[in-house]
Design a protein around this ligand. Structure first.
Ligand code: AMP
Ligand code: MG
Length: 649
C-alpha cells in the first residue's frame, strides 16, 4: 500500500471518504498497530476473585511450604539409628514420650535414644527425631512402649520444610492464567492478594429504534436486542468486564452522548448496528469526534461482517459490530477477541480444528474471506461439515453450529466433496448418536425428547425434504424426515425412496386455510368456498408457499390458475405463513393445524400431509436408531404428538 492511499487518520475531513474495504488481515493489523504495545495495568485482587485473570507480575514464595518438617503419616517420631538392627525376629522396644503431636501442636519433648513420640499426619517432627514409623508397622508393648520390627531410613515419611515450595522461589510467572491450581499454590503460601492484569472494562451499547430488551414486550416491527446480551457474555468469556449500557435509538445526538459517557469509564467500547451506510446509520459518523486517530477500518472484506467498523479514540478501541447477530458475533470473535484478550493479558484463543468434507457446493462471494457455520456429522469415511443455510441474520446459525469453515477471498465456491479445515466452536468434536437430516417439524422434538432424557445426543439439521433424501443416499444421516407429494401417484413419500432407504411412517399434519378469527369473510366456510370467497374480494391478500413445498401443490390446485394479490409472496415455512396472516400482511394462506393454533388463527382443514422418515437401511441396526423407532411407536410419544395437533400414523 502506498502512502497516498493510506488513510490520513488524523484528518477527520477524510474520514467520511474512508470507505475503502480492507482485507481482514490488513484491518486487524492496522487495528492492533494502533493499540499495541500498551502497558498492562496491574491491580491487586483477592485470589478468590482472580480466577481466569492473568498474573501481572511474578509471585515469589514468601514462606516455605511446608513451613516445618512434617510427618506424612499417623505413627511415631523416632531416631532411625535406634532401629538399625530391627527385624521380624529382632523387635526393638521404644519407650513412648509423654506427649502426642496432633496437627497444630508444637512438640515440647525431645525424642531421646530408645524413645518415640506418637505423631499424627501433618504433625511437626519433634527435636531429636529424624524418621517416622507408621502406626501399622508397630505393636503396643504395655501401656507406655511400642515394638518395631523393621528398620527406618533417615528422613523416612518426613516432608522437610520448603520441600514443596521454598521461600524465595518463583511461585508463578507473570502472564500465568490463574486457575484453581494456581490459587492452591497461592493459598499454600498464605498469599491473599495477587497482582493481576486489570480486566479491561468494556462498555456495550446496542443501537436501533427497533430494539427491546429481553423480558420486555415486543410491539409490531420491534425485535429483541440480541447483540447486547451476546456481546456482553462474550466479553466476560474473554477476560473483560462488560458494562452494558442498553440500547440507544438511532439518534445522532443521543448516541453521541451515550458513547461519550461510556468512554469516560471504559477502556473499550463495543457498539452494534448502524454501521451500514443506510438511513439511520449514525454511529460511525460520531467516531471521528470522539478522539484520535479515529476510524481505522470501515468495511472489511469479510463475510459475515462486511460493515464492521474499527476505531481508536485517544488510545481506546471503539468498535461497531454489524447489526445482524450472527455477523456481530462472528466479527466479535474473529476481530475483537484477539485485541480484548491482549488487553486482558490473556493468550490468544487456541481453537481446535478438524478436517471434514463438505457434502454440498457452497457458493461464496469473490473478494471476501467468507466464514460458513457448519454442523458436523460422522460418515463412514470421516466427518461431514453441513453448512447452516440460515444466513447472517439467523442467531441459530452461529449458536447451533459446531464450527466454521473458511473460504478464501479469491475462491468463488467450495465444491461439493472438498475436504476442508473446520475450526471448532467447542473444545472437542461432538459427534451425535443419532443424525436426522431433512425437513423440520415441531413434532420431531416430541420424539427426540425421550431420547435426550436417556442420554442420547441427537443432531437434527433442517435442509428440507430433498436435501434430506440426498444426505440419506450419501449415508450421512440415520433418518431423513420428508413430506413429498408425488403428483402422478397422488401419494406421499414412497415414490421418492431410493434403493437402500425404507419408509418409516411418522405422522399426519392437517393442512388447511388460516385466517384471522375476526375476519367474517371466512366464517364457517369449507376450504373450496373460502378460496372462492377470497378470489371474489379484490382487497383480499393471500400468502403463498415456496415452489416444491407440498403445501404449494394444494394451494395451486385450489386456486386453479388464479393469481390473486400476494401469490408471489412465497415464504418457506409453515410459521411464516401464520405470522403473515396474524400480522395482517396477508388475509389467508395455508399452513398446518398446530401452527395455526399456536398463532391463534382460524383454521379450515383441507387435507392431511404425511410427514414420514426415510430410514437408511444400513443403519437400522444401530441402537440409537432402534431407540428412535421405539420412541416413535411409544404410547407416550404418540400421545404427545396428538396433544400437539398431529395424527400419528
Ligand atoms: P443495522 O446495521 O443497524 O442496519 O442492522 C442490521 C440488522 O440487524 C437489522 O435487521 C437490525 O434490526 C438488526 N439488529 C441490529 N442491532 C441488533 C441487535 N442488538 N439485536 C438484534 N438484531 C439487531
Ligand atoms: Mg440499526
Amino acid at each position: 500500500m502506498t502512502s497516498a492511499s493510506m488513510p490520513k487518520a488524523h484528518d477527520s475531513h477524510d474520514q467520511d471518504q474512508f470507505l475503502t474495504i480492507l482485507s481482514r488481515e490488513e484491518a486487524l493489523k492496522r487495528f492492533e498497530a494502533a493499540l499495541f504495545p500498551r502497558p498492562l495495568a496491574s491491580q491487586p485482587r483477592r485470589f478468590a476473585d482472580a480466577l481466569g485473570c492473568a498474573l501481572a507480575q511474578d509471585v515469589v514464595a514468601p514462606v516455605d511450604v511446608p513451613p516445618f518438617d512434617r510427618s506424612n503419616v499417623d505413627g511415631f517420631a523416632v531416631r532411625s539409628a535406634d532401629l538399625a538392627s530391627a527385624a521380624e525376629t529382632a523387635p526393638i522396644r521404644l519407650t513412648l514420650n509423654d506427649e502426642v503431636i496432633a496437627c497444630g501442636v508444637v512438640p515440647e519433648r525431645v525424642v531421646l535414644s530408645a524413645t518415640a513420640t506418637p505423631i499424627a499426619t501433618g504433625g511437626p517432627v519433634p527435636r531429636g527425631a529424624d524418621a517416622i514409623v507408621m502406626l501399622e508397622h508397630t505393636q503396643p508393648s504395655g501401656a507406655r512402649a511400642i515394638e518395631v520390627r523393621r528398620a527406618a531410613a533417615p528422613g523416612q515419611l518426613v516432608s522437610y520444610a520448603g520441600s514443596d515450595i521454598a521461600r524465595g522461589e518463583a511461585l508463578l510467572r507473570a502472564g500465568t492464567i490463574i486457575g484453581s491450581r494456581e490459587i492452591g499454590m497461592l493459598a499454600a503460601c498464605g498469599i491473599a492478594d495477587v497482582p493481576v492484569v486489570r480486566c479491561p472494562r468494556v462498555a456495550v451499547i446496542s443501537t436501533g429504534d427497533e430494539l427491546v430488551q429481553p423480558g420486555g414486550r415486543l410491539r409490531p416491527a420491534q425485535i429483541y436486542d440480541t447483540n447486547g446480551a451476546i456481546v456482553t457474555a462474550a466479553i466476560r468469556e474473554n477476560g473483560g468486564e462488560a458494562v452494558f449500557a442498553g440500547a440507544v435509538p438511532d439518534d445522532e445526538a443521543e448516541l453521541e452522548a451515550a458513547m461519550r459517557t461510556a468512554l469516560e469509564e471504559a477502556d473499550m467500547l463495543v457498539l452494534s448496528g448502524g454501521t451500514s451506510k443506510g438511513a439511520g446509520d449514525v454511529s460511525h459518523r460520531i467516531l471521528p469526534r470522539l478522539g484520535k486517530p479515529g476510524i481505522i477500518a470501515h468495511g472489511v472484506a469479510l463475510k459475515p461482517g462486511k460493515p464492521l467498523c474499527l476505531a481508536v479514540c485517544d488510545g481506546k478501541p471503539v468498535v461497531i459490530l454489524p447489526g445482524f447477530p450472527t455477523s456481530a458475533m462472528f466479527t466479535f470473535h474473529d476481530m475483537i477477541v484477539p485485541v480484548l484478550r491482549r488487553m486482558a493479558g490473556l493468550p490468544p484463543r487456541s481453537d481446535a480444528k478438524v478436517t471434514a468434507k463438505v457434502p454440498v457446493r457452497i457458493a461464496s462471494e469473490l473478494g471476501r474471506t467468507e466464514f460458513v457455520m457448519v454442523s458436523l456429522v460422522e460418515a463412514d469415511d470421516g466427518l461431514i461439515a453441513y453448512p447452516s443455510g440460515k444466513g447472517s441474520g439467523a442467531i441459530t446459525s452461529f449458536a447451533q453450529a459446531d464450527g466454521f469453515v473458511r473460504i478464501d477471498a479469491l475462491a468463488e465456491q467450495m465444491p461439493a466433496g472438498s475436504g476442508t479445515e473446520v475450526t471448532l466452536l467447542t473444545p472437542h468434536v461432538r459427534v451425535p448418536d443419532l443424525v436426522i437430516i431433512g425437513s423440520h417439524c415441531t413434532g420431531l422434538d416430541l420424539v427426540t425428547t425421550p431420547l435426550a432424557r436417556g442420554g442420547l445426543t441427537v443432531r437434527s439439521i433442517a435442509v428440507g425434504s430433498l436435501g434430506g433424501l440426498a444426505a440419506a443416499k450419501r449415508g450421512e444421516c440415520d433418518l431423513a424426515p420428508i413430506h413429498l407429494f408425488d403428483d402422478k401417484t397422488e401419494t406421499y413419500n414412497t415414490a421418492f425412496l431410493a434403493p437402500g432407504l425404507e419408509l418409516v411412517p411418522g405422522w399426519r399434519r392437517m393442512q388447511g386455510i388460516v385466517f384471522r378469527k375476526d375476519d367474517k369473510r371466512f366464517e364457517s366456510l369449507g376450504a373450496q368456498e373460502a378460496v372462492r370467497a377470497a378470489l371474489a374480494d379484490s382487497t383480499c391478500i393471500m400468502v403463498n408457499r415456496n415452489q416444491g413445498a407440498g403445501t404449494r401443490i394444494l394451494i395451486d390446485r385450489l386456486l386453479g390458475g388464479a393469481r390473486p394479490d400476494g401469490y408471489w409472496n412465497q415464504p418457506r415455512s409453515h410459521n411464516a405463513v401464520a405470522a403473515a396472516v396474524a400480522q395482517c400482511r396477508a388475509d389467508w394462506g395455508m399452513t398446518i393445524a398446530p401452527v395455526a393454533h399456536a398463532y391463534g388463527l382460524g383454521f379450515i382443514p383441507l387435507a392431511e400431509e404425511h410427514y414420514d422418515f426415510a430410514l437408511v437401511t444400513a443403519r437400522k441396526h444401530r441402537p440409537p436408531v432402534q431407540s428412535f423407532l421405539d420412541a416413535l411407536a411409544s404410547h407416550e410419544v404418540r400421545a404427545a404428538l396428538e396433544n400437539a395437533g398431529f395424527r400419528p400414523a
